[in-house]
Design a binder for this molecule. Sequence first.
Ligand code: SF4
Length: 202
Amino acid sequence: MFVVDDVLISDDVVEAVFSCNLTACRGACCVQGASGAPLEESELEDVEKALDVVRHRLRPEALKVIEDEGVWEELAPGYYATTCVGDAECVFVRYDGPVAKCSIQEAFYAGKTDFEKPISCHLYPIRIKQLGEFEALNYEEIDICAPAIPHGKRMGIGLAEMLERPLSRKYGADWYAQFLLMVKERRKILGMQPLTPREEGS
Ligand code: SF4
């Protein structure tokens, strides 16, 4: 474990070789789990505004849940999440064939919203835990993400590299640069071979 500006990083994050493979996992993190996407309090308004942009893309089942319950719920005092169709299928999911996709992120890529998606989804499978004044970053290693491990090995991509965008969004580009330097140093100490990124299909 090491620290970058009051953020604790576990060795699991350093060691994980990981690259999401949507064809294989079918975006399972959007539709499985214990609840919808965890939300920071500051994001409640963002998801409400995003609904205006993506409403026409959502499924009737999701629109019914939204009509009855809204787009977020407070699961415990101060703990918020998006609402779900059934137990865990986020109301913002849209299906592209069998693959679950985030309608908010699709709208972001199309230039229709400034809010890319909840930061908890963007960072997944890293989860943030508050430990006193520190935030701790841990790798949540679960079965639904299993295809990402051989894909990461094929592509030469680590979890730390794959999550450059969301980590920079959360903590800033300077923080990320410092984090990545320390990840590479830590990998040497742990005896890992350097990762060599490859082009898809090479
Ligand atoms: S985080 Fe896991 S379930 Fe979600 S897209 Fe990546 S590999 Fe698939």
